[in-house]
Design a protein around this ligand. Structure first.
Ligand SMILES: NC(=O)C1=CN([C@@H]2O[C@H](COP(=O)(O)OP(=O)(O)OC[C@H]3O[C@@H](n4cnc5c(N)ncnc54)[C@H](O)[C@@H]3O)[C@@H](O)[C@H]2O)C=CC1
Ligand SMILES: O=C(O)CCC(=O)C(=O)O
Length: 526
């Protein structure tokens, strides 16, 4: 049974799903040292934002196949290291959207009405109504930075509160912003106009210290900032100075450059600052959503099925995946076959999508073909996650061509590999929607179902060859499951594909190649 480590607090609903297929170790708050020490024994890791999956952790992992982040941000996972090692990383892009948006709104309201400080004052035995005069958000302008899932929901709620909305998101169209009731503006204008500034972007080199000394100086003295997205979007030192000097009115932060926050000058400030310990996703509903979402994907990947929302492999909608799945298997098999026929090293691979496939997204098929091509060399170290990267690092030039006029089969894939030993091609198609057929080896037509062990010969079409090969195999007790010959001309060049029930014994290939008329023989394991 595979083993899954859950190293942050995860809702029970997720643990129950994992338990169906794996032995689960639940260790919330696992120390970095213990993670590093124990990770080699696990097939899957499930985390929230607390666990840092560094390159060192990934290097130490020996059988890890999937990292599941029960949340949105995957900045606590070294994605490059995971991809290089063929580990799929999944998240839950929508499970906590509402929770994070509502927390941003809650912070905006608390900041406007001093909820936190008034509560503390009353509990300390005071009744100081005149000290807690707030401001209304009605008719004020909110500047939404990042109009993705969370930013969009904040916008909807802000509209319902009677606010004016300006937004900055260079990757969103003006129409989309308009549908949401937001006016797209540039960042300077947003900082200049907004009474409230709320951040909903990932942390990237572009967004790091988006709020800094200079941008703070361009804001209104009444501006209040809310960060429920990522630490590091705000230069905390510059924010502290601006608040201390009264140059802006307030800030509410849920996320920090360093978490846990520890000592910070921000903690010494009064009602103008509200701090929460990364609680954006901390609702019962969101925790159930993200735990189920990610646990289901871990379960599927451990069962050999694809992940729905992987962040380091191209995502496919379920219905597209369903349709392409047999073709991915076909491309994988053909890649494996052409790689073995090409003698190992391949410098260039052309992938031709024929018939109905000419109109499809080529990327998953390309990935599957490269995975197959590299399988003889890399075995289980290559998979759908790292195949592109591995091919790139080996300098394999990949081209795609399309032929929609091809009509021999509904959809077919032709792979042409070039390497030091020359050029080889294989073509395959599906029969009855999911039966794999190899339909060509080089220029020779054939119709063979791939099988685990195969013998392939290139030979002269002449009497006696098939019989001799059959006798050799029989004398070594190798059972033949099927055999087919393809040729273009009578007594011309031909190809023979023999499906075997047993692997070809050592040395037999040489004997087969010594049969007069056989130019070359290959043993292929698919
Ligand atoms: N505090 C918490 O507990 C939680 C925090 N988050 C964080 O909230 C953030 C937003 O999450 P979602 O809305 O789900 O993500 P999303 O991917 O749906 O939206 C992000 C938006 O940011 C935009 N964007 C990217 N770079 C930008 C830039 N340089 N300037 C302006 N816009 C830019 C994108 O176009 C996109 O529309 C993420 O950082 C996520 O990790 C999410 C959930 C909970
Ligand atoms: O796991 C958590 O509680 C944090 C959620 C979060 O930051 C995210 O989903 O990006």
């Amino acid at each position: 049974m595979p083993k899954v480590l859950v190293s942050d607090a995860i809702d029970q609903a997720g643990i129950e799903i994992l338990t169906q297929v794996a032995q689960v170790t639940y260790e919330p708050d696992l120390s970095p040292a213990t993670l590093l020490e124990t990770i080699p024994q696990y097939d899957a890791l499930m985390i929230r934002s607390g666990t840092k999956v560094t390159a060192l952790v990934i290097e130490a992992a020996q059988r890890l196949r999937i990292i599941g982040r029960a949340g949105v941000g995957v900045d606590n996972v070294d994605l490059q290291a995971a991809t290089r090692k063929g580990i799929v990383v999944v998240n839950s892009p929508e499970g906590n959207t509402i929770a994070a948006a509502e927390h941003a709104i809650a912070l905006m309201m608390s900041l406007s009405r001093h909820v936190g400080e008034a509560n503390a004052s009353l509990k300390a035995g005071q009744w100081k109504r005149s000290q807690f005069i707030g401001v209304e958000v009605y008719k004020k302008t909110i500047g939404v930075v990042g109009l993705g899932r969370i930013g969009s929901h904040v916008t909807r709620v802000a509209r319902a509160l009677g606010m004016q909305i300006v937004a900055f998101d260079p990757y969103i169209s003006a129409e989309r912003a308009q549908q949401l009731g937001a006016r797209l503006v540039d960042l300077e204008q947003l900082f200049h106009e907004a009474d409230y500034i709320t951040l909903h972007v990932p942390r990237t080199p572009e967004t790091t210290h988006l709020i800094n000394e200079k941008t703070l100086a361009s804001m209104k003295p009444t501006a209040r900032i809310i960060n429920c997205a990522r630490g590091g979007l705000i230069d905390e030192q510059a924010l502290y100075v601006a608040l201390k000097e009264g140059r802006i009115a307030g800030a509410a932060l849920d996320v920090f450059e360093n978490e846990p926050l520890g000592e910070s000058p921000l903690c010494a400030l009064g009602r103008e600052v509200i701090l929460t310990p990364h609680l954006g996703a901390s609702t019962e509903e969101a925790q159930t959503n993200v735990a189920i979402d990610v646990a289901e994907q871990i379960r599927d990947v451990l069962l050999g099925l694809p992940a729905r929302t992987a962040v380091n492999i191209p995502g496919l909608r379920a219905e597209v995946l369903q349709e392409l799945k047999p073709y991915l298997e076909l491309a994988d098999t053909l890649g494996n076959l052409v790689g073995q026929l090409a003698g190992g090293r391949v410098d260039a691979l052309d992938i031709r999508l024929q018939g109905i496939l000419a109109a499809k997204d080529a990327q998953p098929i390309v990935v599957a073909a490269l995975k197959g091509l590299l399988t003889p060399a890399l075995r289980e170290r290559v998979n759908f996650v790292n195949a592109l990267l591995e091919a790139k690092e080996r300098g394999i030039r990949v081209t795609e061509t399309r032929d929609s006029a091809f009509a021999d089969y509904a959809g077919s894939i032709r792979l042409e590999a070039r390497g030091p030993e020359g050029e080889r091609s294989v073509t395959g198609a599906l029969l009855a929607e999911d039966e794999l057929r190899i339909t060509n080896i080089d220029e020779f037509p054939i119709s063979v179902a791939p099988s685990r062990y195969m013998l392939i010969t290139l030979h002269r079409d002449m009497p006696g060859i098939i019989g001799k090969v059959g006798s050799f195999l029989g004398s070594y007790n190798v059972n033949i499951a099927g055999m087919q010959v393809g040729r273009k001309l009578v007594r011309g060049d031909a190809v023979m594909m023999v499906s075997l029930d047993d692997p070809l014994p050592e040395g037999l290939l040489g004997e087969i190649e010594s049969v007069p008329g056989i130019r070359k023989a290959y043993t292929v394991n698919l």
